[in-house]
Design a protein around this ligand. Structure first.
Ligand code: TYM
Length: 338
């Protein structure tokens, strides 16, 4: 079986950007493929990645909440879906060290996320620099080919591919090389990488770290409050609805959100609104879509118990430890460590 794998850090409540850019597409893919017998789906919480920065509140609580998000988003769990915590599978950290000795300073220093996260910091922790190498370990341990992620993470997938190819070139075919990002996008069924924009500054991505409350929608926002945020989103003065991320990022963002929330192709939403002039009407429609989605999501979330989550983790971690240790052993042998 081929493996589809993804993870979302659990530092705090997630934004609509995380949800529409990563979590929901993953759930839709998982539901589409996990029953087919062709693919298995690994969903894990990268809690070791969480600790490179501050965690709001209690990390354990945040982990459980993140898993509940997947379930509330409609993830169908069956024997081909595995849910686990990175820190409960020691092979991740061990392979990370081995890959540290294969990756170069040059390629790792070029990562945009590292440059952004370290910018302006007096002293930056080494974890921020090593982040993509641990991510490569997360992927290569499970021979995952498809890694649904938002566009900001594509560079890390390319780095993972390079490390895997270099390792294989030196030691033989030990790692499965994930497919290139252009193929990943096709597999996700989206026309391009997804980047949900900041509602007030649509040139930037929506991010939980942005201070202005109206720039982002959080998954625990009251539906009415979320609707108000959409109504106050920045648009432009061109006065015509068109999908053009450069000239009209605010309007394009609303069209993108409308398509993802309703699970319809972006092209269909673009055609429906093409040439119309009333921005207020588009905002009202998107506000309604987002608020009813949130209401349904939050109601489902409230029904999921912690016990249910821990039972899934127990099963998933038994599986993950077995698969990951076998792959780690191959990599250790390649270097003569075993
Ligand atoms: P994290 O938690 O930083 O990001 C979670 C996911 O949310 C996506 N995302 C967005 N997508 C669209 N629009 C936005 N505004 C937006 N903001 C965030 C990100 O692209 C990402 O998909 N490094 C991973 C976690 C990870 C991982 C892995 C994933 C660690 N190891 C191995 C896959 C495989 C991350 O970005 O988490």
């Amino acid at each position: 079986m081929k493996t589809i794998l993804t993870g979302i850090r659990s530092n705090s409540v997630l934004t609509l950007g995380n949800y529409l850019g990563a979590l929901l597409p993953m759930v839709r893919l998982a539901n589409k493929w996990s029953g087919s017998g062709e693919y298995q789906v690994n969903i894990f919480v990268p809690d070791l990645h969480s600790i490179i920065s501050d965690v709001d509140g209690n990390l354990q609580e945040n982990i459980v909440r993140t898993i509940k998000y997947y379930l509330a988003a409609g993830l169908l769990v069956n024997d081909n879906v595995h849910i686990y915590r990175q820190s409960h599978v020691p092979a991740h950290s061990e392979l990370c060290w081995i890959l540290n000795c294969v990756a170069t300073m040059g390629e790792t220093s070029r990562m945009i996320q590292y440059k952004e996260k370290s910018k302006g910091q007096e002293s930056c922790n080494v974890g921020i620099f090593d982040y993509p190498i641990l991510m490569a370990a997360d992927i290569l341990l499970y021979s995952a080919e498809y890694i649904p992620l938002g566009e900001d993470q594509f560079q890390h997938i390319e780095l993972t591919r390079n490390i895997a190819m270099r390792f294989n070139h030196r030691f033989g075919e030990i790692f499965t090389v994930p497919v290139a990002t252009a193929e990943q996008v096709k597999f996700m069924g989206v026309s391009d990488g997804i980047r949900i924009r900041d509602l007030l500054n649509p040139e930037k991505k929506m991010s939980k770290s942005t201070k202005a409350e109206n720039s982002k929608i959080m998954l625990d926002d009251e539906p009415e409050r979320a609707a108000k945020k959409i109504m106050s989103a920045t648009t432009d003065s061109l006065g015509i609805i068109k999908f053009d991320m450069w000239a009209q990022p605010g309007i394009s963002n609303l069209l993108q959100i409308e398509a993802l929330v309703n699970n319809v192709p972006l092209q269909d939403v673009i055609s429906t609104w093409a040439g119309q002039t009333r921005y207020g009407e588009l905002k009202r429609k998107v506000a309604e879509s987002v608020s009813s989605m949130l209401a349904e999501f939050q109601a489902k979330f409230a029904e999921i118990s912690d016990e249910e989550v821990y039972a899934l983790l127990d099963r998933g971690e038994a599986y993950a430890n077995q698969v990951a240790s076998a792959k780690l052993f191959e990599a250790q042998k390649a270097f003569g460590l075993r």
